[in-house]
Design a protein around this ligand. Sequence first.
Ligand SMILES: Nc1ncnc2c1ncn2[C@@H]1O[C@H](COP(=O)(O)OP(=O)(O)OP(=O)(O)O)[C@@H](O)[C@H]1O
Ligand SMILES: [Mg+2]
Length: 264
Amino acid sequence: MGHIIIENLKKEFIDRRRASRTKGNSNRFGARVIILDGIDLEFDEGEMVCVLGPSGCGKSTMLRIIAGFDPPTSGNVLIGGKKISGPSSDNIFVFQHSGLLPWMTVWQNVELGLRNMKDNEEKKEQIQEYIDMVELEEFEDHYPYQLSGGMQRRAELARALAVNPEMLIMDEPFSGLDFLTHMKMREEVVNMHQFIGKTILVVTHDIDDALVMGDRVIVMSKRPSKVKMDRKLDFPHPRNYEKEPDLGKLRDELFLMLGVSYAV
Ligand SMILES: Nc1ncnc2c1ncn2[C@@H]1O[C@H](COP(=O)(O)OP(=O)(O)OP(=O)(O)O)[C@@H](O)[C@H]1O
Ligand SMILES: [Mg+2]
């Protein structure tokens, strides 16, 4: 199920603000802007893939297409051999920035992911387990507005894990978190991946996240976007740059590729 094939994926948007009388890719509705310009990728079942790329290159657009929220302009996405035609909450869960339902408590939000579970006792245990995992015990009865940004994010992660999807798609899951929470959640996601072995796609701006977490790192070019680098990361976890000098070299390479001339 978690095997994904992306075939010659293209996505264009019409920019209505651009003058329609200019020559080339425009008509009376506006100018065609090519975002994804022929993306070919294949992900193995159980792979953790981290996607990097400059801001605005189309990373979120690609995730939305894979999740079935947006149709491609052309090309295909096949998940488990089936062409996607819309979102499927049973198989995919998209980790969104403000994905919590504001009128539900932390407990109820996590419970949503387990709504099909029959055994009430087991369900309660699991909800508590996920809430404890993200260290939100004692905040079960709080509503999202009563939580800090980092706590909201942790509650979202608990709910995503509770859904136990075949595939997990995360768009910048750690953005806005404080340094320590970021480190902890990153470790949690790596552990969880090793434990459940599901396919996980993560878009991140953080090169270290990609190198510490990924089985594979994909770098997209700026718009119109293509795959610029596709590299397997066969390093055991937990990873660090002292232990793995090749990982450090790759880090420098990625900084250069993304337009920073020295690693920070
Ligand atoms: N619905 C839309 N209509 C028109 N243009 C859009 C739409 N959605 C995205 N775009 C454009 O597509 C481009 C890619 O957007 P996207 O959000 O995928 O980038 P990104 O790589 O995720 O960027 P960031 O790293 O900043 O999140 C942007 O130029 C954006 O303006
Ligand atoms: Mg984005």
